[in-house]
Design a protein around this ligand. Sequence first.
Ligand code: G1P
Length: 293
Amino acid sequence: MQKIRKAVFPVAGLGTRFLPATKAMPKEMLPVVDRPLIQYVVEEAREAGIEHFIFVTGRNKSVIEDHFDRQFELELTLAERGKKSDLELLGRDLPGPGTTSFTRQQTPLGLGHAVWCARELVGHEPFALLLPDVLVQAKKGCLAQMIEAYLAIGEAANLIAVEEIAPDLAHMYGVVGVGKRKKQAFEITTMVEKPPRGTAPSNRIITGRYILQPEIFDMLAAQERGAGGEIQITDAMIRLSQRQPFYGLEFEGRTFDCGSKLGFLSANVAYALARDDIAPDFRAELKRLTGER
Ligand code: G1P
């Protein structure tokens, strides 16, 4: 089994749902408590053993590249002021030299097209794909759970993180059909991107974490448009599923769809409540705000 060494982060989206906040700032830099969204997802990948981080960016996204670089001026000032713990924090979050790559999606043609833009950087090996809109709060990171399940399956397959959702929300996501169990995962029988209301094959949705075989790039090369007139990763997976197995993993953890305002606000509350340094005061403040005693 080939090791999963590389992860792709599509960060080219326009973030129109968060305007005007995202007019001059990438949505991936919106903070949950005190870290930008993208950093949580990169951490999840690093914890899972990923060695190379590939970002597919676009115009107005260069601040993401700066975020994963050193900031000498800031470091110097912190050192001069004796702010040791802040300095340590910055150092801890920094990817090693040469472990990040950035490429641009020149035209916003959809998620599938963004992933295809990473083909030269990924090369011919299986890779992880993480959508930074989705945060998964879990004891063991979602991608780490997936890599474990992938190794247990023991064949060159594709694996998608899935979760149950209220059926009336399924039309907003990619949805999978559920087949036979294999180890902790199940066979995916069918996939559909944003099915019209009432037509979804199940209430299990694609959550934004994938382990894909490199042949996905051959499927994406066809550049066929799908839901919303965009080149969809789900459509490429449907084509690849005629040649390779696809499995779904129901991981442990709580998901926040930070592409929506409600999900983003909930993530801020949940992540703050999970922080020992903030939770006690924050819990009291929440009670005060909601009128609870
Ligand atoms: C994308 C995928 C979809 C998946 C979703 C998870 O959709 O195309 O299959 O369910 O992410 O958040 P998007 O949110 O980009 O519309």
